[in-house]
Unconditional design. Structure first.
Length: 356
């Protein structure tokens, strides 16, 4: 920790994103990270790498603001305690603080440095900080099939306006496939197969839970496939990205720009607000939560739902369906049976009174 340099080694191939990370780090660390940079790029999704970089910028700025400045790497128990306390004091959500910690831990592993939270003092410190964090963050709302039908109803099966046609196709497809917004905006026409019965199949070439790009296929109903065909015809899309911007223009190539991931939540919120729905808790993954809740309510097992949505852990399933699962729990079922039994007894008593 004593041997500190004010700047990293000159960036080599694939190192540039790491340059800002390793400032004020021990000499030689930049070289070790450079050797892993290209493999790191291939092994992790772009969104994951962006989240790491954003988290590291916050950590690096915090270190540089100290007097005297702390080394960015390796992290000590004391510097991490000060950083996490500052994040808590700033009102950061638990998920944000967890991301900060996991980002720091990952770079320590990549650099072959000891991670302070693996030590007893570090574990005790982190346990105490977690107790000061809010117990949980408010859950986003799932868009159920009833919500989807309510949103699509005023648009009709074949909207005349390009934006209406695109939004209807996007929302219907998102619900039936449970695709993440990154996959929705990356979907290409070449990944859609039209079936003879009017339905369609969507190839998800790569996703967060499928980093090896083995791919999986999702089915579209006849109604949703028809909405998709209608949008493609209006926008004259014959190849490339399916969902695109719809600017107020009459240029021949006005539908050339693909949607951005941030557009997805905006579209959901806008269409939900148009039919009088509360939109504060609607997010880009609401079309993943809603179908999961619908499938679980229909009697499908947790394993079936998790596989369909693409969740790789039971924690994710429970997190997004816990309200529904609470209604199916042992106590809820006990009370329901007791209420039904009381109703039957009340009905029998009424029949006896009438007969007397």
């Amino acid at each position: 920790m004593d041997n500190v340099t004010s700047s990293p080694a000159p960036p080599g191939p694939g190192l540039l994103p790491l340059a800002e990370i390793v400032g004020l780090a021990p000499e030689g660390l930049a070289e070790r990270l450079a050797a892993l940079a290209d493999d790191l790029h291939l092994a992790y999704a772009a969104n994951t790498r962006r989240a790491w970089r954003a988290s590291w910028r916050v950590w690096r700025a915090f270190c540089l603001s100290a007097e005297p400045p702390w080394p960015v790497l390796p992290v000590s128990v004391d510097s991490l305690r000060a950083f996490l306390n500052a994040r808590v004091a700033a009102g950061k959500r638990r998920a944000t603080v967890d991301l900060n910690v996991s980002s720091l831990a990952m770079v320590h592993k990549l650099a072959g440095l000891p991670w302070p939270l693996d030590t007893l003092p570090g574990k005790l410190m982190w346990r105490g900080i977690r107790r000061a964090l809010p117990a949980r963050q408010r859950q986003k709302r799932g868009l159920s099939i009833a919500d989807i039908e309510r949103i699509l109803a005023p648009l009709g099966p074949a909207p005349a306006l390009p934006r209406d046609a695109r939004d209807a196709a996007l929302i219907a497809l998102a619900y039936e496939t449970q695709l993440r917004r990154s996959n929705l905006v990356a979907l290409r026409l070449e990944e859609i197969t039209w079936e003879s019965d009017g339905s369609a199949l969507v190839l998800v070439a790569k996703s967060k839970e499928d980093q090896e790009a083995k791919g999986r296929v999702k089915a579209l109903s006849v109604a949703t496939a028809a909405r998709l065909r209608h949008w493609l015809a209006i926008a004259a899309i014959t190849a490339g990205p399916v969902f695109r911007s719809t600017p107020n223009s009459h240029k021949p190539n006005r539908f050339a720009k693909p949607l951005d991931g941030r557009d997805v939540a905006r579209i959901y919120k806008g269409r939900a607000a148009a039919v009088g729905m509360e939109v504060d808790e609607i997010a880009g993954h609401s079309t993943r939560i809603g179908p999961a809740q619908d499938m679980l309510a229909a009697g499908h097992s947790g394993a079936e739902v998790a596989h369909e949505v693409g969740w790789t852990s039971e924690r994710q399933l429970f997190r997004y369906t816990e309200h529904l699962q609470a209604k199916r729990g042992a106590m809820a079922q006990f009370l329901q049976r007791r209420a039904r039994a009381a109703g039957r007894e009340g009905g029998n008593a009424a029949e006896r009174d009438e007969s007397e």
